[in-house]
Design a protein. Structure first.
Length: 284
């Protein structure tokens, strides 16, 4: 059974903003009894979650528990998998994202995504940032947008003299920040990050974490990570997902929420013994 703080309850956040509180009374994204199947195989079961605005929410759990599946639900990337079926409701700013009035392409402009491995286009640094904005009909000053996006991604000073060079010429950490700049240029409200540091060295990882802390002033960030130290360092809220032990693991791997709370509470005084077992390495 998932443990979700009741609406309106405030829980302390972590990091530099530890004196702030996290309010779940007005979530930017909310799931209600979300279930997902791939064909006949259940992938997610009874997911109830409220994601606070302008905070970093980490999703942790063992491989195969549905973390990336959950993330892809928030911008309907699962629509691209023909066998996917979903029940329940996902609300974004109070509107059902799977309703007939919601356009998936427009949704993905508002809910951007950064993937596990840096995936810059085989284009110049400038065109990598400008591309998404251009195809979405941006009418403003493109030079200004590219510069501001690179600045917000903490990359401008490193690339401002080589904007016409290939994005593939950058280091791995720089490429990932370029992909973040590309996402920012489309001016989303939410940024989904699917293990964005798993292919990076520790220095680049810390750069991305510092960047996330800056970006949450203007964006809501949801990050999937296998790195529990990263979740503890970087996030305000943490979702611990585990495999449903009521389903035969021989045939299915079904993810459930074991616990959801402030990061501080989850890592210091978890409410569910399964959470404690996972974060201490006894299961998973």
């Amino acid at each position: 059974m998932s443990t979700v703080p009741p609406p309106g309850r405030e829980t302390p956040s972590r990091g530099p903003s530890s004196r702030e509180t996290v309010s779940l009374s007005d979530p930017v994204i909310e799931t209600r009894d979300l279930n997902v199947w791939y064909g006949s195989s259940p992938a997610l079961k009874q997911i109830n979650l409220s994601v606070p605005r302008n905070k970093i929410t980490a999703v942790i759990g063992p491989s195969g528990c549905g973390k990336s599946t959950l993330l892809r639900c928030f911008n309907r990337m699962n629509d691209l998998v023909a066998t996917t079926r979903m029940t329940g409701v996902i609300l974004f700013d109070g509107e059902n994202i799977n309703g007939p009035e919601t356009d998936a392409v427009s949704l993905r402009r508002r809910v951007g995504m950064v993937f596990q491995r840096p995936n810059p286009f085989p284009k110049t640094i400038y065109e990598n940032v400008a591309w998404g904005a251009r195809i979405n009909g941006y009418q403003g000053d493109m030079d200004e947008l590219v510069e501001s996006s690179l600045r917000r991604a903490a990359l401008w000073d490193e690339v401002k003299s080589k904007l016409n060079q290939s994005g593939l010429s950058l280091s791995g950490g720089q490429q990932q920040r370029l992909c973040i700049a590309r996402t920012l240029a489309v001016q989303p409200e939410v940024i989904l990050m699917d293990e964005p540091c798993s292919a990076l060295d520790p220095i680049s990882t810390r750069s991305v974490e510092d960047l996330m802390d800056e970006l949450k002033r203007d964006y809501t960030i949801i990050i999937v990570t296998h790195n529990m130290q990263q979740a503890r360092r970087a996030s305000d809220m943490t979702v611990c997902m585990l495999l449903d032990d009521s389903v035969s693991q021989e045939n299915h791997r079904t993810g459930v929420i074991a616990e959801y709370s402030s990061t501080e509470k989850l890592f210091t005084t978890p409410s569910d013994p399964r959470t404690e077992a996972y974060i201490t390495g006894r299961i998973g």
